[in-house]
Write a protein that binds this ligand. Structure first.
Ligand code: 5GP
Ligand code: MN
Length: 337
């Protein structure tokens, strides 16, 4: 991190502040890990800090250190609104647009607090007073590490190291996506020295599946289809299929990656029906220069990164599939680049 950015942070945090830290809706390992690590650090340095999640976080993250400090906006509405209104600083972690925090958007937008964005998504928006944004970094947790390490490395303890390791591991696909760099491994090495235990974190995240999740994976793989003549596959899951397997938040995490494990496939998408929100939630994954960030922005009101993005559709699953196939046919040049 450059000197100017660091001195900006130092200035803002010189005296004890009332701080709120907010991950994106449906927080993942990187969003929650970065918020928890920053929370530990701020409290250690004399600030008063709270983490407010826009909604529930998935069960596979409920072992993370410090998670008892997370307040859920969807179940503690009044308390969270009051905290946001009284905050002097709001950290927004792991998203580039305020609409990624759902119903908290207007409350945060109208708060007088200084907003500080730390994020690694492309096309950062203008809502923050202070931005630490870098789309070349594989995870927000790496950025939080750079910040804490520049601030006071001695304060990075086992809990902080565990949270940051979790976010880096999940956002880099266990250190295999192209976003993984030598610096990623240097950071991870330092986190292990501080007490993070890779085998324990890996087991907590990847080896705690329920029977229902594996059954649902079976259904998803059964539904896998390929678009003829193109290196593209898609998976659908209807609300009925989710209900049949007693779906819980987080159960479908990672399913979309199975499509990319097929030889020659460059783009994989999963479309999941959400009856209560009346949307089809989509996750895109790609390889090489196939840009799913642009594709999701153009056709499915979404975005994200070059090789991992999300979006949504307001139509039925069948209509969403046919809109997807048409859009892919229109953009098939992206596979020849
Ligand atoms: P996932 O598919 O794991 O939900 O998300 C992949 C990436 O795309 C993440 O970095 C996430 O922040 C981003 N993303 C997911 N859904 C949306 C969305 O609806 N809009 C935007 N702009 N980004 C999204
Ligand atoms: Mn992230």
């Amino acid at each position: 991190m450059n000197k100017q950015l660091l001195s900006g942070f130092i200035k803002k945090l010189e005296t004890p502040k009332k701080i709120v830290i907010i991950p994106h809706k449906n927080p993942d390992g990187d969003a929650l890990g970065s918020c928890l690590a920053l929370h530990f650090f701020l409290v250690k340095t004399g600030h008063s800090a709270e983490i407010i999640s826009p909604n529930e976080y998935p069960k596979f993250l409920n072992w993370m250190p410090g998670q008892e400090n997370i307040i859920n906006y969807s179940t503690a509405n009044e308390k969270t609104v009051e905290l946001i209104e009284k905050a002097e600083i709001i950290f927004t972690l792991d998203y580039n647009q305020l609409n990624r925090i759902g119903n908290l958007e207007n409350i945060v937008a109208s708060s007088k607090a200084q907003k500080i964005m730390i994020d690694h998504h492309e096309n950062p928006g203008d809502f923050a007073d202070f931005k630490y944004s870098d789309a070349n970094v594989g995870s927000t947790c790496e950025m939080v590490f750079e910040l804490l390490n520049a601030f006071d490395p001695i304060k990075i303890d086992k809990s902080i190291a565990t949270c940051l390791y979790t976010g880096i591991m999940t956002d880099t696909g266990s250190f295999r996506f192209p976003s993984t760099t030598a610096r990623t491994h240097q950071i991870v090495s330092s986190l292990i020295e501080k007490g993070a235990q890779p085998h324990m974190i890996h087991q907590n995240i990847y080896d705690t599946a329920s029977f229902n999740r594996l059954r649902l994976l079976g259904t998803a793989l059964n539904n896998l289809k390929k678009i003829e003549g193109l290196p593209v596959v898609y998976i659908t899951l209807s609300q009925k299929e989710l209900n049949h397997n007693n779906f819980k938040k987080g159960d479908t995490e990672g399913f979309v990656n199975y499509g990319l494990s097929l030889k020659g496939v460059l783009l994989s998408v999963i479309m999941i029906e959400n009856e209560s929100e009346k949307i089809i939630k989509m996750s895109f994954r790609s390889k090489g220069s196939v840009d799913v960030n642009q594709f999701a922005r153009k056709y499915f009101s979404g975005g994200g990164h070059l090789n991992a993005a999300g979006g949504k559709s307001d139509s039925s699953i069948e209509e969403t599939v046919s809109h997807f196939i048409k859009s892919i046919e229109t953009e098939k040049i992206i596979f020849n680049a």
